[in-house]
Write a protein that binds this ligand. Sequence first.
Ligand SMILES: [Zn+2]
Ligand SMILES: [Zn+2]
Length: 337
Amino acid sequence: MSPSRCAAAVLPRPQAVVTVTTIDLKPPGPGEVLLRIEACGLCHSDLFIASLERLARTPLVLGHEGIGRIEAVGPGVSDWIPGDRAGVTFLGTTCGSCEWCLSGRRRFCPEQTNFGYTLAGALAEYTVAPAAGLVRVPADLPAAVAAPLCCAGWTARGALREAGLQPGQSVALFGLGGLGHLALEIARLQGLRVAAVDVSEEKIEFARARGAEIALSGPDPGRVLQKEQGGVDAAIVFTAAASAVSQAFRSLRPNGTLVLVGLSRSQYELPLVETVTRGIAIRGSYLGTRQDLEETFRLLGAGAVRPFVHTHELAETPALLDQMRCGGLMGRAVILF
Ligand SMILES: [Zn+2]
Ligand SMILES: [Zn+2]
């Protein structure tokens, strides 16, 4: 028997306060599955989505870092069966036939749907989801630590790939929250020298304990890295604070790469002369490839990455989002169902 109602964290309308409420569930239709969510992480992008003036759908169930099990499948679903472990990421369905879909870059498909944005998300006891948008998750991974890999881990790994570094090169990570702390682990596995930068002393201590060679929380970290280390080969900005972009730029060696990941609605300004004469590459990085995600799950299974999570009940979601807005959460907050 499919449940007809369940609890969920819902954005009632654009720019409103997220509330925990009861939602109606329909049985899965053609191509859909009913997923019982085990765990879902809270991502800074949930706040970004809630801050937008216009959304394709509200009320909107947020959440794009979910791990669950298939409870029931709708007509025409042949590749999932009840009991299968599935992950909900930000990337839902894509067209399957454009140049991006055909070249392993589904994340740039103009027809993409997105969980917790244009589709109902995973911050709910159950969700009805298009089967084609879900990812396979190894059955033995604990849900609470696997959940943050669906966005934070995946995005961190994708950003490091975009940075294009070789073992022995250096990377500065700006923002040591949910994404940054996983990027630190993955970068160390790749043999990179890591500098961690955050305004929070606590997060900097944490980064040092997790193996960051340099950890900075003071003023003008870009200049410090430039002066004391001769700069870094790449700087990745995970925080949504726009001021970090200019600091990250300042930290780079000639020919360095600036990778932008954290989302905010602000603009950034960078010096043209230095960009040109120092040969700086600037690129955005959004999610990653399917292989990036599979590799991240594999690293977790092997004990090579250790997401720092603290688990909570669904009812705590609004308060946790407030804390996240102020940068007050360590690692990743995960809702356990
Ligand atoms: Zn996210
Ligand atoms: Zn496409």
